[in-house]
Design a protein. Sequence first.
Length: 130
Amino acid sequence: MIDKPELKRKTRQKLRLSPTEPTKERYKRMDEQRPVQGQVQIKADEKELQGEYSNLVMIHHNLEEFTMNFIYIFPNGGQGKLLKSMILSPGHAKRIWRAMGENIARYETQFGTIKEAPEGGPAPTVGFVQ
C-alpha cells in the first residue's frame, strides 16, 4: 500500500513534467497538451452534436446584420417551431452563401441535380407567437 505522501508525489508527477525526464520528452508531452496553433477547440454536448432538422429558413437583413430564423413546420402545416435564430455579419453571411454554393455544386456532381419543390402554389403566411 502506498502512503499518502508517496501517492501525492506520484500524482504530481503525472500532472507535471518530471525534472529528471529528458528535455525532448518533456517538450513532446507539453505539445500534446496544447491545441495546435490556429486551431479552435469547440465544445459541444451530445444534444448539440445530433443537430436539428429545419424545413424552413426565414432570412432578414438590415445594414449591419443578417438574421436567419431556422424553423420546423409540423406535417399538418398549421404550426411550426422556431429552432434557432442566428445573427450574422454581412461578411459572414456572404462566406456562408459562397460555401453553400460550393457544397451544393459538389453534391450535385456526386449525386445529381437537386430537385426543388414546385413553385406556383400559394406562399404560406408565417408569423411568430409567444
